[in-house]
Design a protein around this ligand. Structure first.
Ligand code: GAR
Length: 199
């Protein structure tokens, strides 16, 4: 499995995926790590690891289309089988998604369809749910809405705040992302409406 990773910040999910590959838990090769911010810690980590890292700063482009065209050009050269969004805080246009139909996956820090969008963990605290978690899903043209591949749940306690809940969810994210990519690389599956059916 040739994997491209798109990120905007810390890159702990990218690191978890990379660790799984190094330890032989995931049969994949990271062929491209791309950030939209030069100061993303994840891109620095990619460089230290000797992986092909690219920065395409969205602020350097006049339009979203221009930025995406450059990202797509880099991806075309890298020829990924799947593109993993790992804290990539840019909305992808329908045209971008159409270039890789059901081959872009994302991780979101809630049990979707609950709490899509930004600050999902704070949304969960504010709503008062007793269980939250994370979701790895295919990306479609709607925000945080594509077919679900893997979910993992965590309890929410009375004294949690967004920070403590985020940390608990992040531990599960690292497991969930590897599990999802492993399933995509090893299993046969079909997408039946909203359902990802593994066989
Ligand atoms: C993760 O919690 C991920 O679920 C979230 O950003 C964080 C990135 O952390 N993504 C979203 O909220 C996307 N809607 P990381 O850079 O350490 O992997």
């Amino acid at each position: 499995m040739r994997l491209a990773v798109l990120l905007s910040g810390r890159g702990s999910n990218f690191a978890a995926v990379h660790d799984a590959i190094v330890h032989g838990d995931l049969d994949a090769e990271i062929v491209c790590v791309l950030a939209n911010r030069a100061n993303a810690a994840g891109i620095e980590r990619a460089r230290i690891l000797g992986l092909p890292g690219h920065v395409v700063d969205h602020r350097a482009f006049a339009s979203r289309e221009g930025h995406e065209a450059e990202v797509l050009r880099i991806l075309e050269e890298a020829r990924p089988d799947f593109i993993a969004l790992a804290g990539y805080m840019r909305l992808l246009s329908p045209a971008f998604i159409a270039a890789y139909p059901m081959r872009i996956v994302n991780i979101h820090p809630s049990l979707l369809p609950a709490f899509p969008g930004v600050d999902a963990q704070a949304q969960a605290i504010a709503y008062g749910v007793k269980i939250s978690g994370c979701t790895v899903h295919f990306v479609d043209e709607n925000l945080d809405a594509g077919p679900i591949i893997v979910q993992r749940a965590v309890p929410v306690s009375n004294d949690d705040d967004a920070t403590s809940l985020s940390a608990r969810i992040l531990n599960e994210e690292h497991i969930a992302y590897v599990e999802a990519l492993k399933k995509l690389s090893k299993s046969r599956y079909r997408i039946d409406g909203r359902r990802v059916v593994f066989s």
